[in-house]
Design a protein around this ligand. Structure first.
Ligand code: SF4
Length: 164
C-alpha cells in the first residue's frame, strides 16, 4: 500500500517525547490561519511512498523512542497510517486538527478513524489558533490544543489528558 507524504524527519526531538521518526502526511482540510506547514494542504501535492519501505526505514533506526504522525491531517490518511502502525509495533504520538470527540463520533468504516485511534498512544488535538500560540508549550502549537491519553480516553469514554 502507498501513502502520500509531505515529508519525514528521522530523528525529531520536537514532535513528542524522546527521539522520534516523524511522518508528515500530505493533505489537510482545516486551513488554520498561521499554519506552519501550508505546503502540506494540497491533497494532490507531496510525493507517494510505499508504506512497507517507510516501515523498514523506521525499523532500521535503533535509536527511536517512537513514531509521530503529523501533517497535513493524519486522519485524512487514516487507513494508510493504521497500516503503517501495524507494521511497526512502536509508541505512536499523533497530531490532528480535529477534536478527539469529533473523531470518536465521526468514526466509520470508510474513514478508518476508529482504526487509527486504536493505534495511537498520545493525541494532540484541535486546530492551531494563532492568537493562542506560545513557544513555551510542550509539543503543541497553541494553548487550545490538548495532549490526550488515547487508550485511557477510549476506555473511560471521556478525554483523559496525558501526564508526562
Ligand atoms: S491542522 Fe495543522 S496542517 Fe492543517 S491547517 Fe491546521 S496547522 Fe496546518
Amino acid at each position: 500500500m502507498d501513502i502520500r507524504l509531505f515529508g519525514t524527519a528521522n530523528d525529531s526531538i520536537v514532535d513528542g517525547p524522546g527521539i522520534r521518526y516523524a511522518v508528515f502526511v500530505q493533505g489537510c482540510p482545516h486551513r488554520c490561519p498561521g499554519c506552519h506547514n501550508p505546503g502540506s494542504h494540497n491533497f494532490e501535492g507531496g510525493y507517494i511512498k510505499s508504506i512497507e519501505e517507510l516501515a523498514s526505514e523506521i525499523k532500521n533506526n535503533p535509536l527511536l523512542d517512537g513514531v509521530t504522525f503529523s501533517g497535513g491531517e493524519p486522519f485524512c490518511s487514516a487507513e494508510e497510517l493504521s497500516y503503517l502502525a501495524s507494521l511497526l509495533d512502536m509508541n505512536v504520538f499523533c497530531y490532528t486538527g480535529y477534536l478527539f470527540e469529533e473523531l470518536v463520533r465521526g468514526a466509520n468504516k470508510e474513514n478508518h478513524w476508529g482504526e487509527l485511534l486504536s493505534c495511537i498512544d498520545v493525541l494532540v488535538d484541535g486546530k492551531f489558533e494563532a492568537e493562542k500560540k506560545s513557544y513555551e508549550l510542550l509539543f503543541k502549537g497553541s494553548s487550545n490544543q490538548r495532549i490526550i491519553d488515547v487508550p485511557e480516553s477510549l476506555k473511560t469514554g471521556s478525554v483523559v489528558l496525558y501526564e508526562f
